[in-house]
Design a protein around this ligand. Structure first.
Ligand code: GAR
Length: 195
């Protein structure tokens, strides 16, 4: 059985989608939602979803083993980042090597790195004049958005797009593919490439 911990900093619509997808799954359970942001709407969602949640501080995360110990005590097997904006510290990276997955709302290696999240990413894509964007699902390492790519999917960018309309298209791709790719990875069914 795979036991997942989901990390999120904001709205949590991907957390919602992942929880919906795996409800009643025989081999995958969503055990915990963790957030660095006490105001994040994802915390309300997790309460409604009946998934335990936990808020932690920068100090807890970077200067102690508090979060690592909780993950180990709950037998978490994989960490899923879903709109989580902090780098994963070394103690967790080492223990969960190859078991941490992130989704990025653009086609990496473009439009990644520190500070590139949410609307900023979509604004940068629009400013560039690129005619396509998409999602990237990738393993997490010590650098923002640079871990090995597992999967990408594309959508068109048209001149009329605003950061909001592009975010809508990207979210649809995320909802469609992220749960499915997570399932394949955590059940050891291998990654899938590009759709
Ligand atoms: C998602 O689009 C995700 O790809 C992005 O934040 C959004 C969170 O939405 N992540 C990043 O930008 C990470 N660099 P949600 O809270 O509604 O799931």
């Amino acid at each position: 059985m795979a036991h997942l911990a989901l990390f999120a900093s904001g709205n949590g619509s991907n957390v919602q989608r992942i929880a919906d997808y795996f409800r009643g799954h025989p081999d995958v359970s969503i055990d915990l939602v963790l957030s660095n942001n006490p105001q994040a709407y994802v915390l309300e969602r997790s309460q409604k979803l009946n998934i335990p949640s936990l808020v932690f501080s920068r100090k807890d995360f970077y200067e102690t083993n508090y979060i690592l110990d909780i993950l180990l005590a709950r037998n978490i097997t994989h960490i899923i980042l879903a709109g989580f904006l902090w780098l994963i510290p070394e103690n967790i990276l080492k223990t969960f090597q190859g078991k941490i997955i992130n989704i990025h709302p653009a086609l990496l290696p473009g439009y990644g790195g520190k500070g590139m999240y949410g609307t900023r990413v979509h604004q940068a894509v629009i400013n560039s004049g690129d005619t396509s964007s998409g999602i990237t699902i990738h393993y997490v390492n010590e650098t923002y958005d640079e871990g090995q790519i597992i999967f990408q999917s594309r959508c068109p960018v048209v001149p009329e797009d605003t950061p909001e309309t592009l975010a809508g298209k990207i979210h649809q791709l995320e909802y469609r593919y992220y749960p499915e790719i997570i399932e394949q990875i955590v059940l050891g069914k291998g990654a899938t490439g590009d759709r």
